[in-house]
Unconditional design. Structure first.
Length: 103
């Protein structure tokens, strides 16, 4: 099995104008790992979904949206996740890969 076997669709958010616009980007060669669970609260458990995405190059930033697989919609669908962090991982002077967290 390859190290980066998955394909994902991301929407890059541009909020420089009055209303946000989205640019859809297809990401091939990534590893998309989803975690499902629950977060306890005083009103009861709330569903929690998080994902860790590993990729060799990355233009994503906090606030962008992502979903596993190919999606042709111009706007992020309801089930897409919001990018919370993007961390480059260095093995020498240049990034070896990027770890992206989304929920």
């Amino acid at each position: 099995m390859p190290l980066y076997p998955h394909t994902a669709t991301a929407w890059i958010k541009d909020d420089t104008e009055r209303t946000a616009t989205w640019e859809r980007v297809l990401i091939t060669g990534c590893r998309f790992t989803q975690t499902r669970g629950a977060t306890p609260s005083t009103q009861g458990d709330a569903s929690a979904r998080t994902s860790t995405i590993l990729m060799q190059s990355c233009t994503l930033k906090r606030g962008d949206r992502i979903i596993m697989g190919v999606c042709v919609e111009e706007q992020p669908p309801v089930g897409s996740l919001t990018i919370s962090t993007v961390h480059p991982v260095y093995l020498d002077e240049t990034p070896h890969h990027f770890e992206v967290e989304a929920s």
